[in-house]
Design a protein around this ligand. Structure first.
Ligand SMILES: [Zn+2]
Length: 97
């Protein structure tokens, strides 16, 4: 599992936990960045086509699913809200695997 820090264009940051190698690995997030509050998503690596950018987009879409409503075609602005994604796993060795 790797941990990524996602920065949105509005300055918000949150954490994404995923393994972009294993197709069946779960994708979870921590919007409050306290590190002990991982929230599961219905998604796995395969859903994100092994791309961390798409994984972040899926999670953001999931977090905002009420405002994104039934926009399953991802035609909302979730993709445009992601400014950068940084792998912070190596800086964070105390985190659980
Ligand atoms: Zn969306």
């Amino acid at each position: 599992m790797a941990i990524y820090k996602v920065t949105e264009t509005n300055g918000d940051t949150w954490l994404l936990q995923a393994d972009m190698v294993r197709a069946e690995a779960p994708i979870s997030y921590d919007y409050h960045q306290e590190g002990d509050g991982w929230i599961s998503t219905p998604f796995q690596t395969a859903n994100a086509r092994h791309e961390i950018g798409l994984a972040a987009q899926l999670v953001l879409h999931y977090i905002d699913r009420e405002s994104c409503a039934e926009d399953d075609d991802m035609e909302c602005d979730c993709a445009d809200r992601i400014k950068s994604i940084d792998d912070i796993s190596s800086e964070d060795e105390g985190r659980p695997e």
